[in-house]
Design a protein around this ligand. Sequence first.
Ligand code: AMP
Ligand code: MN
Ligand code: MN
Ligand code: MN
Length: 276
Amino acid sequence: MLRYDLHCHSTHSDGLLTPRELVRRSAQRGVDVLALTDHDELSGIAEAKDESGHVRIRLVPGVELSVSWRHVTLHVLGLRVDPDCAALCSGLATIRAGRSARARRMGDALAAVGIEGAYEGALRLVTSERLISRTHFARFLVEAGHARSTKDVFQRYLAPGKPGHVEHAWASLPDAIAWIRAAGGQAVLAHPGRYPVSPAEMQELLTEFHATGGAGIEVQSPSHSAAQVREFAHQARAFGLAASSGSDYHGPGESSVDLGDMPPLPAGLIPIWRDW
Ligand code: AMP
Ligand code: MN
Ligand code: MN
Ligand code: MN
């Protein structure tokens, strides 16, 4: 049985390790197949691919797209994408372009509750000039003593409804899935248990995701409780969607689950890698 980890982040988005370091660490930890899935970004793939040639690991080019669906932000993983696909690259460039203006508005929103210099502080912590995320704000707020941990920051300042959260329109779900498919990839709904939707809305989301060409859902994720793993395993079977598994690793000290450490998928599911 091969060990798969199909979700992680490098310094090309909001992770703490370089693509090369991620591949090395995964290989040392016994991962056989690793997908690098930076937020809205493919620029780390070349380095990861290069490093995968020096260790016993198969690198799957991936990406995690930010999507707006109704009132919620969704994350859609693209797995086995062609990183040179023009449609995907230009779609991702559009998503990234909105991030700078959003970050400035976040800085203004935080200043309004007495936290000065958050935009500049977050900017100092970005590791790719192409991408700023809430994670960078979270790290700055911890560093500046406004909260004890990044988890704490999200709860108090950055989650929807909190003072530093600003509304933002990401890609549409049909566009995101179309770009992934144009790049020859499989679209996987990331950590579905995290979305603040009613059970009825979840049914509608999965129906729409499936009808629009979505291939699978991420059943095994550190974002999921044991009950949610069972629930989304059930949904995958019910919708005829494949199942994926990923640690969503962001770096040492920041992630509860390390690379490759997800439990196996529940029985009776079609693994997203079945035909790889
Ligand atoms: P963004 O794409 O800029 O909205 O940032 C989203 C990122 O913030 C996610 O990919 C996570 O890395 C991080 N994040 C979101 N919610 C939390 C949370 N509750 N605790 C810690 N990190 C979080
Ligand atoms: Mn992240
Ligand atoms: Mn995510
Ligand atoms: Mn992620």
